[in-house]
Design a protein around this ligand. Structure first.
Ligand SMILES: Cc1cc2nc3c(=O)[nH]c(=O)nc-3n(C[C@H](O)[C@H](O)[C@H](O)COP(=O)(O)OP(=O)(O)OC[C@H]3O[C@@H](n4cnc5c(N)ncnc54)[C@H](O)[C@@H]3O)c2cc1C
Length: 382
């Protein structure tokens, strides 16, 4: 379990919350996954159970369906879940933050409680076949029809779990003449709207996470736009900034469990491990400790009221490095996982390869750090 420092918030209050949650967990064990139940459907069931106990959206204001507590309370819940190897709280924090910041009052009151309750499952329609890293180059367009509605045409790609979702946070170009960053708007798109086709893609490892999303003359009302026209870029940056933090994604406690297992096994197998592997284990522990310290710092900033910004690119790089090295090393220390039934570590290892791509690639994070944090000139001189 990540040992959260006591100098955040009110420790007694936090300890009480942890105790209450542990007590709740003893009466609400993780349900078994059905034999044919797809993972996202199973996780969605778990999401609803957690919500029924009041354990989702702790840091979201009460009027929007949350509990009006702090980010630290939500982190404590993730921490308790991670320590038991249970799936974390649903990964909706980054969508909720974007809606709280850009949605109007009516949208916040309508959309957030349903999102937190798992009544609406959301996906993210940003990337396109010709626009991933270069998101500003997207070609999906939303044009005003004569009756004031938008008419949307285009294609999205890599939309995770769209086939299990109800709503999509969609980016589309609303102004063909404005510079790219001012031309994009954000919409909430119901996936059962006429003109929407969701086509799942089968990945090489058998997963069906990715989908293509085809949009043919899809009509969207003004009230389905989030924020003003042209706010889409800023909204997208808010979304990915929260998506890049190990605390928001609940990865930290999961890594912590594997680190402990790795240390134990490395000690037991010390005499038989190949040269250099113990050093790799040491590097994993250091990466993890750096990530924990860094995440605590981010939590402190969040508690002080700072919103996530370009510094989240540092979070993403640290998280990617910690995760990829951890699974790579774990497979070397317990190679039986490669062949074992279920091979959970192997599955996680394969997925860890994607960490340097989703939410913006590592190269793009370095570009952001160079330009927006270090203010280096674009040509690398000076
Ligand atoms: C597991 C997973 C889940 C995803 N889920 C979603 C989702 O739900 N919704 C969604 O919208 N998208 C999703 N994506 C897509 C993801 O955001 C994109 O894959 C990512 O932004 C990269 O875009 P691309 O694949 O088009 O690669 P490209 O942009 O074509 O990049 C190819 C390579 O070129 C490099 N490159 C590109 N531009 C530069 C540059 N300026 N400087 C240096 N190097 C550069 C990149 O780093 C990369 O190595 C997901 C991706 C993954 C892997």
């Amino acid at each position: 379990m990540t040992d959260l420092p006591l100098d955040f918030g009110d420790p007694a209050d936090l300890e009480r919350l942890r105790r209450d949650f542990r007590a709740w967990l003893t009466g609400h064990a993780l349900p078994a996954r059905g034999a044919d139940e797809p993972v996202p459907v199973f996780l969605h069931r778990w999401h609803r159970i957690l919500h029924s106990g009041g354990w989702v959206g702790l840091d979201v204001p009460r009027e929007y369906g949350g509990r009006g507590l702090t980010a630290l309370h939500q982190v404590a819940v993730s921490d308790e879940l991670g320590a038991r190897g249970a799936p974390g709280v649903p990964r909706i924090g980054y969508l909720a933050h974007a809606l709280m910041r850009f949605g109007d009052e009516e949208q916040r009151r309508r959309l957030l409680p349903r999102m937190l309750a798992g009544e609406d499952v959301w996906c993210q329609g940003f990337s396109e076949p010709g626009a991933g890293s270069d998101l500003a180059g997207m070609s999906t367009r939303a044009e005003r029809g004569e009756d004031g509605h938008y008419v949307v045409n285009g294609q999205k790609l890599w939309t995770s779990y769209a086939q299990y979702s109800d709503l999509c946070l969609l980016l589309a170009r609303t102004d063909p003449t404005a510079p790219p960053h001012a031309a994009i708007s954000a919409f909430v798109l119901p996936l059962d709207r006429p003109g929407v086709t969701v086509r799942p893609l089968r990945a090489a490892n058998g997963d069906d996470e990715f989908c293509e999303l085809f949009l043919d003359d899809v009509r969207l009302a003004d009230s389905e736009r989030i924020g003003a026209e042209g706010d889409g870029w800023a909204l997208a940056m808010t979304t990915v900034a929260y998506e890049r933090n190990a605390l928001d994604t609940g990865h930290l406690s999961k890594y912590g469990l594997l680190i402990e297992r790795l240390r134990r096994r490395a000690r037991e197998r010390r005499d038989t491990l190949p040269d250099g592997l113990l050093s790799d284990v040491g590097r994993c522990v250091v990466d993890y400790q750096v990530l924990v310290a860094h995440s605590r710092r981010r939590t402190a900033e969040r508690l002080a009221g700072r919103t996530a910004g370009p510094e989240s690119s540092v979070d993403k790089l640290l998280m990617t490095r910690a995760e990829q090295r951890l699974y790579e090393t774990a497979l070397k220390v317990f190679p039986e996982e490669l062949y074992g039934e279920g091979g959970e570590v192997f599955g996680d290892y394969l997925y860890s390869r994607a960490a340097s791509v989703y939410g913006g690639t590592s190269q793009i994070q370095r570009n952001i750090i160079a330009k927006r944090l270090l203010r280096l000139p674009a040509d690398g001189r000076g």
